[in-house]
Design a protein around this ligand. Sequence first.
Ligand code: FMN
Length: 211
Amino acid sequence: MKEHYHPRREYNAKELNFNELLPYPMEQFAKWFKIATEIETHEPNAMALATTSNGEVSVRYVLLKAHDSDGLIFFSNYESRKSAQIRANPKGAAVFYWPILQQQVRVEGDIIILNQEESDEYFNIRPQGSKIGTWASPQSKPIPSREYLENLRKEYEKKYSNFRVPRPEFWGGYKLIPSLIEFWQGRPDRLHDRFEYRLKDGLWKKERLAP
Ligand SMILES: Cc1cc2nc3c(=O)[nH]c(=O)nc-3n(C[C@H](O)[C@H](O)[C@H](O)COP(=O)(O)O)c2cc1C
């Protein structure tokens, strides 16, 4: 049986005009993201990250942990499925949706591996439990049971009970460096505001897109 679900949400929180766009898209991102972290109640730094290789495409959420003028930084296991895809095709697309603000941001670009110092720096400020969890999880690999995972956790807790937990070599950061960013602001009657920044010959070109 087909189940329908179509509540009608009116988007009328704000508008976005060409004149207010900052010259560089990561500046515009920083402006929107700061407000999102103040207003949104549920993980505004969660971004769906799509990667692809050999004609297969996958998407999953990761958490944005830092951003600068070049791009978006997230962390993961370098032996995970996403990492295999990134190695095969170092490109990705990410999307944020901030429902209270009625805003979407889409990013597309190259993905590079963060340098070791930056990965260490972030790993070292993680809580002890997360550090142990990183060692204990062969991310994306099939495992026989929950118990298997708990046993690995115990093993690493014991191993590092008297030592600082080092960052595993199989875990660290990535940076998604945009060549395209789109800012979407919901507007009434599905006539939303959309602006795309696209990198062309070293320059950012801004354009309004039809919703
Ligand atoms: C809200 C949320 C945040 C997540 N953040 C991360 C993250 O920062 N890094 C990560 O490796 N996985 C994160 N995950 C788990 C991933 O979605 C995914 O399950 C995992 O990375 C394995 O993906 P893969 O098999 O495609 O490599 C998060 C999941 C959710 C729901």
